[in-house]
Design a protein around this ligand. Structure first.
Ligand SMILES: Cc1cc2nc3c(=O)[nH]c(=O)nc-3n(C[C@H](O)[C@H](O)[C@H](O)COP(=O)(O)OP(=O)(O)OC[C@H]3O[C@@H](n4cnc5c(N)ncnc54)[C@H](O)[C@@H]3O)c2cc1C
Length: 443
């Protein structure tokens, strides 16, 4: 289709004077050359592109801020839409306690605007660089065992579908549970309405604890407002953190980890050296003490250097055993984990493709640095982690790397077929279905 006439409207993104069609995710491990990368200014321009025959034949993908490790955007050869001109809050409704926000708004922008108005989202992921539509696409979760994924806080959405219609889905529509985790394949999400809460500060406490003790008392996490822990691989050390609402005055934010601490935490060294480095890093991190911060700031983690990651959501009741199995695999030498393993919790929710669907969940995240010397070096450790965690009824994070077939995934999602039916109804020609999802959905 490369010779097809270029009638595609929209504003082509340029870097300096050069047209930019190369797209890469945040870690640089997922990349490809799109047919075009457009940033339309209006819904009418978006619709023109969606109805353009040549663009439809090539396939159309929407990019967020590229923070998925999985190839969800699937750039190669497609027309990519960047919603950077669709940003900002449309309305805050104090009676309904909701905010309606345009899809290309980043979480950081939304959090800042909400905080200025005295509100906050109920929960927050570990970073805030993502767009709101990207976060919802993949059931991004936060750090509260009492709350579902961030997708669960969506009460309405407007989606431009493949037939050029704008569909509004609200709490009264059963499809909302499909749209909650849309994976970018239902159409162009235009805006989303989320529930909000009053913008309390959080008091966050960080301390070091032996991992076996943390696992023996894992049930204690069911009762925290927000919390989780990091296991420092090749050691028995965990850094546990908890946060709860407070009226105490704010404290200064924690310093960003220096280059040395970052290197100690994220490296590709041999297990013995990595263990010593992780021990030193855990001792330093364990001195974190207590801070009082804006709600979203308290829940953010520092952005690591470029990594690829896998993450499994396992039922809460199986979490301690799953983590013990991961530790055992590392001890046996079957798995070289070079960065702290992130463990957090989520309540059951209702999204058809939510990894937390109908089960209180423990999220176990394993990352590996992406290095120019060994660009494929992350694959073996993440594959090993995937093999261990799959055995504990885990569902892999949609945005992260996994090694499962569509058939396997379908067996873990009771509403899989319902989602496929919704997708085929809204996009019968698969215009929005990129190569990665096509492999999973057309098994
Ligand atoms: C350092 C780091 C920390 C992270 N922390 C967490 C965490 O704490 N919890 C967690 O669960 N996840 C976490 N993630 C994963 C992250 O939240 C997801 O990858 C999220 O989907 C990224 O959003 P994005 O805007 O970058 O979207 P992208 O990665 O660019 O795209 C993701 C999907 O959204 C679709 N999409 C984006 N915008 C639209 C739109 N307007 N309409 C239709 N489809 C659209 C894309 O097509 C694609 O399918 C983390 C990732 C990184 C790199």
């Amino acid at each position: 289709m490369a010779d097809a006439p270029r009638s595609t409207p929209g504003r082509e993104i340029t870097t300096g004077e050069r047209r930019r069609k190369a797209w890469a995710n945040w870690s640089g491990a997922v990349r490809g050359i799109a047919d075009s990368l457009l940033s339309p200014a209006t819904t009418d321009e978006l619709r023109e592109i969606v109805l353009d025959d040549a663009a439809r034949a090539r396939g159309i993908g929407v990019v967020g801020s590229g923070h998925s490790y999985a190839d969800l955007v699937a750039p190669a050869g497609r027309t990519l839409l960047d919603l950077r001109h669709h940003r900002g809050i449309d309305t805050v409704d104090p009676a309904a306690m909701t905010v309606t926000v345009r899809a290309g708004t980043t979480m950081r922008e939304l959090n800042q605007e909400l905080a200025a108005a005295g509100y906050a989202l109920p929960n927050q992921s570990a970073i805030d660089e993502q767009t709101v539509a990207g976060v919802v696409a993949t059931a991004t979760h936060g750090s509260s065992p009492g709350l579902g994924t961030l997708s669960s806080h969506v009460v309405a959405a407007r989606v431009l579908t493949a037939d050029g219609r704008v569909r509004t889905v609200t709490r009264d529509d059963p499809e909302l549970d499909g749209v909650r985790v849309h994976l970018g394949c239902l159409g162009v999400v235009l805006d989303l309405t989320f529930t909000v809460v009053p913008g309390h500060r959080l008091r966050k406490v960080v301390h070091r604890k032996p991992l076996p003790e943390v696992l023996a008392d894992l049930g204690a996490f069911r009762d925290v407002h927000f919390g989780g822990f990091w296991w420092y691989p090749h050691t028995s050390q965990a850094i546990v953190w908890e946060a709860s609402p407070t009226d105490e005055p704010p404290t200064p934010p924690p310093a960003r980890p220096g280059a040395l601490l970052s290197l100690l935490c994220n490296n590709s060294w041999t297990p013995r050296i990595a263990g010593a480095a992780h021990y030193a890093a855990a001792v330093a991190a364990g001195r974190g003490g207590a801070r009082v911060l804006r709600r979203d700031d308290a829940l953010l983690h520092h952005l690591p250097p470029p990594v690829q990651g896998t993450e499994y959501s396992v039922p809460f009741d199986r979490a301690a055993d799953a983590i013990r199995a991961l530790v055992g695999e590392v001890r046996r030498g079957g798995l070289r984990v070079s960065a702290p393993v992130d463990v957090r919790f989520t309540a059951a929710d209702t999204g058809w493709l939510s990894p937390s669907r109908q089960s209180p969940t423990c999220h176990i995240g394993v990352t590996h640095p992406v290095s120019a010397h060994d660009p494929q070096g992350w694959i073996a450790p993440l594959r090993a982690a995937d093999s261990v965690l799959w055995e504990f009824d885990g569902r892999p994070h949609w945005a992260k790397v996994h090694f499962r077939t569509g058939r396997e995934l379908a067996s873990r999602y009771p509403e899989w077929d319902r989602f496929q039916e919704l997708r085929r109804t809204w996009d019968p020609d698969g215009v929005f279905l990129g190569a990665h999802l096509r492999r999973l959905f057309e098994h």
